[in-house]
Design a protein around this ligand. Structure first.
Ligand SMILES: Cc1ncc(COP(=O)(O)O)c(C=O)c1O
Length: 367
């Protein structure tokens, strides 16, 4: 990325000279790296400021185009989606669209048959995330893609958390639009992409940001060249080291869960046990308030009481609430995210601290 902040500072939209054409080439290479990873074509990748924008563009963009062309006004999504999808759906409802929010089971899994049942003549889009950011549950994308295809409805997936952990072949999975973010795979922040299918079917959507007509008119604004270059490289590295990284985080996940469950009573693992991201562990420490627990850990231990994207909210997250059950359980929940550079020693430190803090807090409550 560094040269594109300094000596290769050209604008890819001004490619009549060396600097612009250097930048254009770099953007094209990154586009290729991303397209190749998801089995798409270069021209199907739109760069955005991140997955929040990609989700907005996918859902609102499809909805507005369909409404303008009298193609329908019904969207199907799930209750555990990221706010970047849910809040757009809520705004669209206020504007006259119909939205079906499908429920999930106690593991956070949606039933593809519910999608089939919800589809009607007015349905234009199914938007279901590939893997959940809080509980790590992985969605059966291929089955949903097939249902969408059979019913001539676009299928959008927010694949932010799945990228680098779950194969995301848009052809095999029948995906028409897919949101990606760079910073979840160790790339720079503030850059993302939306995959938009151009063939079988050619997805039609309205741009959210208009202006100079960049990204074939779908997303105007001068491109963030260093961010794009970093995103491309991050995708390439994530792909190259995928098996190794999955194996590493999976073994840390097992280590952490075994220590916590062996040494503490009354804890529950949230999410799907089998279809789960290898880097996610979401645990309820029954009877212990999560904010208090986090405050009792060293500040270097970066865990989350709730979803990092919406911290500050006091109520239990909408994802945990959707799993059903006891409200107090959701207020005792911590999400552990395991990274490629974490070590077994670090997991032991985290386990020691969490176990001690839970025991201490539970003892305080008894006294
Ligand atoms: C599932 C999911 N979707 C969307 C986003 C938003 O992505 P960005 O931060 O790139 O806007 C996040 C962020 O954490 C996420 O986890």
């Amino acid at each position: 990325m560094v040269p594109y902040f300094t000596e290769k500072f050209g604008n890819p939209a001004s490619d009549d000279h060396l600097y612009g054409s250097q930048a254009k080439k770099a953007v094209s290479q990154a586009r290729e790296q991303i397209a190749e990873t998801i089995n798409a074509r270069k021209e199907e990748i739109i760069f955005t400021s991140g997955a929040t924008e990609s989700d907005n563009l996918a859902v609102r963009g499809v909805a507005e185009y369909a409404a303008e062309n009298d193609q329908g006004n019904h969207i199907i999504t799930s209750v555990t989606e990221h706010e970047a999808v849910l809040e757009v759906c809520e705004s669209l409802e206020e504007e006259g669209f119909e939205v079906t929010y499908l429920p999930v089971d106690e593991h956070g899994q949606i039933d593809p048959a519910d999608i089939e049942d919800a589809i009607c003549d007015d349905t234009i889009l199914v938007s279901v995330m590939a893997a959940n950011n809080e509980i790590g549950t992985i969605t059966p994308l291929e089955e949903i893609g097939q249902i969408a295809k059979d019913n001539d409805v676009y299928f959008h997936t927010d694949a932010v958390q799945a990228l680098g952990y779950v194969p995301l072949d848009v052809e095999e999975l029948g995906i028409d639009l897919m949101s990606l973010s760079s910073h979840k795979i160790y790339g720079p922040k503030g850059i993302g992409a939306l995959y938009v299918r151009r063939r079988n079917p050619k997805v039609k959507l309205q741009p959210l940001i208009q202006g100079g007509g960049h990204e074939r008119g779908w997303r105007s604004g001068t491109l963030n060249v260093p961010g794009i270059v970093g995103f491309g490289k991050a995708v390439q590295l994530a792909e190259k080291n995928r098996e190794q990284r999955i194996e590493h985080v999976e073994s840390l996940q097992t280590q952490l869960w075994e220590r916590l469950s062996d040494e503490l009573d009354d804890i529950v693992l949230n999410g799907d046990l089998d279809n789960r991201l290898p880097n996610n562990l979401n645990v309820s420490f029954l009877g212990v308030e999560n904010k208090g627990l986090v405050q009792n850990l060293q500040p270097e231990i970066a865990v989350s009481a709730g979803s990092a994207c919406t911290t500050g909210k006091v109520e239990a997250s909408h994802v945990l609430q959707a799993l059903g059950g006891d409200e107090s359980r959701w207020h005792s929940t911590i999400r552990f995210g395991l990274g490629k550079d974490n070590t077994e020693e670090e997991i032991d430190v985290v386990a020691d601290q969490v176990i001690n803090a839970v025991n201490r807090l539970r003892k305080l409550q008894i006294n």
